[in-house]
Ligand binder design. Structure first.
Ligand code: CP3
Length: 336
């Protein structure tokens, strides 16, 4: 039985499924072992055998209701021939952006470069049978930010660099939207049966620019995914009360909330969208008693609403695997 589909599509609220953003990653010793031997992160994401192994690592350890394919949102700039490099203790670093070159990249060229990603999905699907395998992409805005800023915008982002270059930015944004649609379509064809769209930097947008750069471009991607009869989860991180506008305009099948969103508030405001996530990943670094209290808060609030347990952002690298195991135990034993 596919519990995630049941929760998103049938809006069944009797069972709370669980998975974790960044569940396949640096907090797992078995991942770090593979990573040590594979210094080039992009190459690792293009190795179907290792992608399969890493994707399945958390599902072997924990009683999870989904796997998420091991890849990265920056595989799209890579597919568009912008150089992407992951530097130790720095994060991603992207190369210069040549708009004419990027605009002229054909679908065939893009798909060909990312073929090993789809091959990895095919391999995972073979072992997972009918279970949930989540494919994903960055949202148009977040990819635009990385491609123009060429590194994480955490400390140094100026919105004017985007709004002052409208003609350039509009062309690039359109190419990014088309590439996301193509990339998720190929993932679905290969066996992904849910798609999540990560808009990690939506919170950088001033309110008056949300429509142009977040809602409208994401809506195009969401409509494409819906045509492919696949449930779509959106995560517009950091947009505070605008989660409500996001849901009424973009209408994703499921919305992942971040830890700044009050779960009781959003439950009251949203009627038709399954909710996912919310708990602060830093809770997992604290003692058991506090973890239990926080997990139960979300379970209590959503006991009568279709809800998928997850976090308000990805699992932090310093998380102990035992903390994940403990969350799942609390969840499975929880009585409404
Ligand atoms: O969720 C999963 O387990 C699947 C794999 C996955 C990765 N990245 C693997 C990864 C997913 C879904 C992502 C999404 C992603 N990548 C996002 C959106 C979610 C978010 O966290 O906001 C973003 C913004 C990126 C871009 C990116 N990739 C950054 C900024 C970094 C460096 C710092 C960091 O957050 O880890 C990466 C590297 C990356 N992507 C690692 C992993 C396991 C770490 C690689 C390493 O250094 O060993």
């Amino acid at each position: 039985m596919n519990k995630i589909h049941d929760c998103i599509i049938n809006r069944n609220s009797t069972f709370i499924p669980v998975w974790f953003m960044r569940q396949a990653g640096r907090y797992l010793p078995e991942f770090r072992k593979i990573r040590e031997k594979n210094q080039n992160f992009i190459e690792l994401c293009l190795n179907p055998d290792l992608v399969t192994e890493i994707t399945l690592q958390p599902t072997k350890r924990f009683d999870l209701d989904a796997a998420i394919i091991f890849s990265d949102i920056l595989m799209i700039p890579h597919g568009l021939s912008q150089n992407v490099n992951f530097k130790k203790n720095f994060g991603p670093e992207l190369g210069d952006l040549d708009l004419d070159k990027i605009i002229n990249i054909t679908s065939e060229h893009f798909i060909n470069k990312l073929k090993p990603v789809y091959e990895g999905i095919r391999k995972v699907r073979q072992t997972m049978k009918g279970d949930t395998l989540i494919g994903f992409a960055g949202a148009p805005w977040t990819l635009l930010v990385y491609m123009l800023n060429k590194k994480s915008p955490k400390n140094n982002f100026n919105i004017n660099t985007i709004t002052n270059n409208k003609v350039f930015v509009n062309k690039l944004l359109k190419k990014i939207e088309d590439s996301i649609c193509l990339h998720v379509e190929k993932q679905i064809e290969a066996g992904a049966n849910v798609i999540q769209i990560f808009d990690s930097w939506a919170g950088l947008l001033p309110e008056n620019e949300l429509n142009k750069y977040c809602y409208i471009p994401t809506l195009k991607v969401v409509e494409h995914i819906k045509k492919l009869k696949t449930p779509v989860i959106c995560f517009p991180r950091g947009i505070k009360k605008n989660y409500i506008n996001f849901c009424s305009i973009v209408k994703p099948d499921c919305i992942n909330i971040d830890y700044e969103v009050d779960p009781s508030w959003i439950k009251k405001k949203i009627k038709e969208t399954t909710i996912q996530g919310g708990m602060d990943p830093r809770v997992l670094l604290t003692e058991k008693e506090n973890i239990k209290k926080n997990v139960e808060k979300y379970l209590q609030v959503f006991s009568d609403y279709p809800y998928i347990f997850n976090l308000g952002h990805g699992v932090l690298p310093e998380t102990k695997p035992e903390a994940i195991e403990y969350v799942i135990k609390i969840l499975r034993e929880f009585k409404k």
